[in-house]
Every structure is written in C-alpha cells, then in structure tokens.
Write a protein that binds this ligand. Structure first.
Ligand code: ATP
Length: 472
C-alpha cells in the first residue's frame, strides 16, 4: 500500500520513542545490531505472549521447550547445517559492494540457483553480464563463494582451532526440539499428534544483513514442531498443513491486526524446496521495502528425527499406546521471526494523521500488544491532583495493569506522546475527580472523551480488550 511508512522514518521513530536503539552506539555502533528499549521490551513481550496464547495455550495438544543456544556440534552435522547452511556471495570489484548471489540472479534472471555449485553460479553471473543493482552498471564480479552462516566459537582456550571443542551458536531453534523429542514424549506422556513450541535466540552470520531489524545477525525465532503419525497419503499431512496455514493467517489478521491485503502466500516451487521439505509456504508481508518473508510453514517429513536417530545411534521412536506400533513421526513446522514480526507490527500500525493544524502520529496497536494499556495524567501538579494521580498509577501497576504516568507539559502534548506509544486510553485526573471520584477517559483512535466513575475503569479496559479482539 502506498501509505506505508518508509523504513527511515520508522527507524528514527523507533529510536526516538525507545522501542529500538542502534547497538553499541557510543562506540560507533556494530553493524546490524539493535537493542530493544523500554517500550520495545514491552511490545516484544506482548507479541510473544499473544503468540503463545494463540498457538500453544488455546490448544490442548501443545507443549513448550526452552533449549540452550549451545549444543553438541554433532547436532549440526545431523541437521545438515555444517555442510549446507551456506549462501553464495559475490563482490563487485569496481565498487566493493557485496551481494547474495541467489538474490542477484533471481532478481535479474528469475532463476533459482538452489543446489548449484560456486563455479556454476559464477558462470551464470558472468555470462549474463549481471548488473550491480546499486549502480545500475555491469559489475566486475568476483568468483561466487559459499559461506557458512553459522557463528562459531571454541571451548579450548589453549588451542582455539581444536575441531573437537568447536561450538556453534544455534542458527535456528528447531533442532533443540528434535534433540529433546524422546524426553518430551516420555515426561509429558505425549500422544500423536502433538506439538512443541519454543521461543529463543538464533544467530546467523548473514551476507547481506539490513533493512533495520528485518535481517539481523542475532534474532529470536518463535517455532513449532507439530508431530504427526507417518501419513498414509498426501491428504494425511496436507489437511493438517492447511490448518496450520489458516492458523498463521488468523494470527496475523486477528491477533496482530494486519489487513489481509498486506500479506500473501508464497508457495515454494518443487525445485526451490529444501531437500527435507515436501511443501513450504511462506507468508510474505508488505514491508516498506516490498513483500518479503515474514513466516514459514514447512512439512519436513521424518527427515530431522531420522537424521538424529542415525547420528546419535539412539532410537528416536514413538510407540503408539493403542497397539504398541513403533514409528518415527513426521513433522510440520510453522515458524516466525520475532524481530521481523515486530517490524511488521510497527509498519502496519504506524500512522500519520493529518489534523487541522498539525500531524498526529499514532501507533494503532491492538490492545493486547500495546505496551501501556492506560496512561494516568493529572491535569495539574497542585491541589492534590498529582498525589491522586500517583496513587492511581501505583494501584493500577500493583494490580498488574501496565500503565504509564505523565505530568509534564500540556495535556494535549501528553495525549500525543501516548498516541505514539500506542496507549489505547488516557485517564485525566482533574478537579472534579477530587470531588466525585470520576475521571475522564480519552480514546487513542477516536480521540473521544468520556467521564466515568473511577471504579468502572476495569470494565472499560476489558471492553477495549474485547473490542480489539472481535472488531477485525
Ligand atoms: P530468509 O529467506 O529471509 O533468509 P529463511 O527462509 O532462511 O529466511 P528460516 O530459516 O525459515 O528463514 O527462519 C524462520 C524465520 O526466522 C523466518 O521466516 C524469519 O521470520 C526469521 N529469520 C530468518 N533469518 C533471519 C534474520 N537474519 N533476521 C531476522 N529474522 C530472521
């Protein structure tokens, strides 16, 4: 959509408001690292909680896991990451610009280079005289080289090259679930079909990080592995696959508040499918730089569990309690990057409204995502209004209602600050409050004001929560 906020405006806004700061800024920064500030932490927490509620807690067939970032390096041999988790890069010798070869070729020739070797890719780039997209001129291309994306460290302090003590920072959270599959089945007495959800950090030494928090080197993933009986035919897995796809779409529409026009399916063609996947559908979101991958959904067959069984030499089987039959379950994997989702949420809900005399910036977040549900604003600092406001503020916080307090500047300015924070309600404390304990509630989106008895506040907040869930 044309009224999408541009990335530069959004990045500056996020920083000014304390959603996201550039990493290590006082030392000149560290490229493509970001820190989440106070409002960012709250928004992130609410996104995660909403994800858990939607995909895990509202269902009866889901468990959770919080696996470590560091795992035995053999995990990554089994999963194939050590060997194949690599992207090919090329540099334009004229300008020193670096590109991902697959992106360059796909954009200019529309071909997919999955599975091609470095020399084959070099040949494609050179023989087609590909342009440097940043200059529009033909590039003087280096050989294409594959680079593994995993960050590694070593526990051997004396000999840091020792291959036996090498450790990778996990490049995805999924493998933790496969590695703990046996334990989960045993301790949870889990019966197929069931899923395991996990939120955690992942690290990738990306060739071309960028676009604010869209592609970063340290990020969080929210992943689910949903285990099913080995299917007899395609319907056996595809029906469940479609249900998860619908659930992902519902999550984006009803929980994140996205206009369905702002995301679209991208079905991976047979050639583009990873070697382990029988079907993959991404949901691409309309970011300010165009539609790009936000979520993924893959049917990974029994590839992962089989690989771990083979490499660990441990039986990783599921025993059907009804007939004792032993099988290796298949798996469907819905996944979304936390940071990308955060960016999508900010992009979707950032609005600049033209008012008569100025522009109002509003972060129109759904109630559940809003960092603060309410802001307490005493009209004056004198005559006991401040003390009254502070008391209400403390009481609400101790009841677990996340709210803010602001007494600085005109009430109009304070409303605007909260509009930018995404706070759905502002509560003004005035002289009448001191007399009859009524307060004024002002709504973020309509800017309408109503006067209510203070004790009715919870009703209004609950109504807002309800509306934000059912209006869309
Ligand atoms: P891409 O094609 O954009 O590199 P991918 O297909 O490799 O992503 P997956 O391995 O499927 O990504 O990871 C699952 C999710 O994690 C993605 O859908 C995305 O939301 C998120 N993600 C992946 N890489 C990054 C990154 N470098 N920075 C932020 N989020 C990421």
């Amino acid at each position: 959509m044309s009224n999408r906020v541009d990335l530069d405006t959004l990045t500056k806004f996020a920083r000014r408001k304390g959603f996201v700061y550039p990493g290590s800024e006082i030392y000149g920064g560290l490229a493509n690292t970001w820190d989440y500030g106070n409002l960012g932490v709250l928004l992130k927490q609410n996104i995660k909680q909403t994800w858990k509620q939607h995909f895990i807690y509202s269902r009866t067939d889901m468990k959770e896991l919080d696996a470590g970032i560091l795992m035995n390096q053999r995990v990554w041999e089994a999963s194939g990451h050590t060997e194949t988790f690599a992207d090919a890069l090329v540099d334009d010798k004229n300008t020193k610009h670096r590109f991902r070869a697959d992106h360059l070729i796909e954009e200019q020739l529309g071909i997919d280079i999955e599975g091609k070797t470095g020399p084959e890719i070099t040949e494609i780039i050179r023989s087609n005289n590909l342009k440097n997209p940043l200059t529009g001129k033909e590039g003087d291309w280096t050989e294409a080289r594959y680079m593994n994306l995993m960050f590694e460290t070593n526990r051997d302090k004396i000999n840091p090259q020792n291959p036996d003590t090498r450790i990778y920072l996990r490049p995805e959270t999924a493998q933790g679930i496969f590695v703990q599959f046996k334990n989960i089945v045993q301790t949870e007495r889990a019966k197929l079909p069931f899923g395991v959800g996990q939120i955690g950090k992942a690290f990738r030494n990306e060739i071309t990080p960028g676009n604010f928090i869209f592609r970063v080197v340290e990020f969080e993933q929210m992943e689910i592995e949903y285990f099913i009986k080995p299917p007899q035919n395609d319907d056996g897995w595809n029906t469940i696959f479609e249900e998860w796809l619908k659930s992902q779409e519902n999550f984006l529409t009803y929980k994140m508040g996205f206009d369905p026009e702002n995301f679209q399916h991208k079905e991976h063609s047979q050639e583009k499918l990873s070697h382990y996947s029988k079907r993959t559908v991404d949901l691409d979101f309309n970011f300010s730089f165009g539609f790009s991958e936000l979520t993924g959904l893959a049917y990974r067959t029994d590839f992962d569990l089989k690989q771990h069984q083979e490499h660990s030499k441990q039986k990783i089987e599921y025993t059907d309690p009804s007939n004792g039959e032993k099988t290796i379950p298949h798996v469907i994997e819905p996944t979304v990057g936390m940071d990308r989702l955060f960016l999508a949420v900010m992009t979707e809900h950032y609005k600049e409204e033209q008012l008569e005399n100025d522009t109002r910036i509003v972060l129109g977040l759904p109630y559940d995502l809003a960092p603060y549900k309410l802001a307490v604003l005493p009209l004056m600092k004198k005559d006991g209004l401040k003390e009254k406001g502070e008391k209400i503020f403390r009481d609400l916080r101790s009841q677990g209602i996340m709210c803010d307090y602001d007494e600085a500047g005109s009430i109009g300015k304070r409303y605007r600050r909260q509009d930018e924070n995404g706070t759905p309600w502002c509560m003004a404390i005035d002289y009448q409050t001191m007399e009859d304990n009524t307060v004024t509630l002002r709504h973020r989106d309509t800017m309408e004001q109503i006067r209510i008895p203070h004790e009715k506040l919870n009703e209004y907040l609950n109504q807002e929560k309800y509306n934000s869930l059912t209006n869309k």
